[in-house]
Design a protein around this ligand. Sequence first.
Ligand SMILES: Nc1ncnc2c1ncn2[C@@H]1O[C@H](COP(=O)(O)OP(=O)(O)OP(=O)(O)O)[C@@H](O)[C@H]1O
Ligand SMILES: [Mg+2]
Length: 503
Amino acid sequence: MIEQQIQYNKVIINAVPVKITRNENPAAIEIKFDIKFETPTGLHIKIGPKTIEEILAELKSKGLVYKTKAAEEALPAILNAYYRENKMIIKSELETPGFYLENDKIVSYKTDQKEATQDEIKQCADLLNDLSNRYNRKEIFATVVKWALIAPFSYVLKQMQHDDRWLPWLYFHGWTNTGKTTTGRIALAVWRKNKDRKKHDIGFASVDNIARFGRAVCYNTYPILINEVQLNDERQKQLVEALKHAVQSQTARARLSTKSTAEFIAALSPCILTSNPAPPEDPAFQRRIIPIHYSTDDEPSAEERARFNTFLKDNIDKLGTFGDFAVNYILNNQETIFTKSDWKDIATELLKAFFKAAEKEVPAWIYDFVQESQVQDIAEEQEQIIRGFLTKVVNETYTRNYRALTSSADQAHENNDFENRLLFCLDKDLISFLKRKSTGEVLIMHDIVKEMKAQRINHISNLAELGRRLQSEVKATKLGGNTVRLVAIPIQKFIDFVLPPLS
Ligand SMILES: Nc1ncnc2c1ncn2[C@@H]1O[C@H](COP(=O)(O)OP(=O)(O)OP(=O)(O)O)[C@@H](O)[C@H]1O
Ligand SMILES: [Mg+2]
């Protein structure tokens, strides 16, 4: 029946398929085929694995397609005929380990979870309770543990294509040295991925454009920790869009494999993002993350850190048992995922089952979950930190220099309110990143960002960010013959920011 399609006076494609392999891959959005063609001269051409469109495009580029429209109908028809007559080789070539939905069942591919022993389960349950006690804010630990449990199944949730069943990504931000990265690694340790610094515990540089990001999230369905992300930069607008898309959709990006056809990169892994600056305020982005803000109060003392590090080093590997239990439970109680619409409820049920399996009391912390700290509160705290920095710089510079640079007569009439201290520092040009313009404006130079970082104020990543907080713009300004980008702000506005008038 197939031969009828190739009549030389009506040639559509000047080559016939002699061997067809269909690559089944639950992670792929499209089916790909490997096809061996034979031309009338007996030449064999192998094309694939590619989609039908890509195969047609390659045949065209080889000049073998005589009637494009007809070919676009004929090739799928030939493939269907092969499939119907069981002449097609079916190959499942999933290279990306993880959990997938296949024919309404959750299946695992090349995953490395094992059967946990009773003793391992007991030890891991004790470890979870112990870890929770080492968190001042227990709701953070509870949230991260629950998220970690569901993380490798986030692709399954997306394959379900319910509008609201996707897993939001974790976004730790705020003060430095507060445990953001460490808590992310604890989530990875549940899946024994905390030591994989190539694919699972990575820096922003590995994902700072859409191509790299697409590559990073399509290795497997296990979670990824991305440290020090910089998403507030204008240049990252497209990447922010790609992230938003990947949280909900099965695809991370579409790449043009040929002029006319796009190749879809699967968004398999959910991500934990950490940064010092706050996440993009874009409401659509905020809706797709669980922002957890770390403030200066969350910084553990040096002793606490030392104790915590020792404890973690000796015990973190035990967390793998939790992942083992979770996989076993979910694969054998699949209705848990199908019937519960909220992923948090699935995680709570899993935690309860785990402590029951450990024959231990179900601890109260498993019911905790972070309250979203209002964006407003965070902004206020961060402004307070900037005010503190500016006040300290002006006061210390004034105190250090006033006596040396003034006469006793001046000192007799000293008026040291903040405005005068500021004016003194500006007029004597004592602060490298604060200048005075003839117009009376205060000029804030770029190196203030470096000075702030030196004081561990990392949430201001650039001058534009600071300008935004002072509601002033960065402008290119002529200074001593050079054009420099700086923030120009009327002195009263500067003073009102540092010392907000009491309302
Ligand atoms: N709950 C905790 N109790 C005590 N020490 C902790 C806790 N969590 C983390 N630490 C310790 O605090 C230190 C800083 O942690 P980490 O590197 O995760 O901070 P971070 O918030 O990622 O910092 P940065 O913003 O600079 O990246 C580490 O030594 C870590 O082990
Ligand atoms: Mg960190």
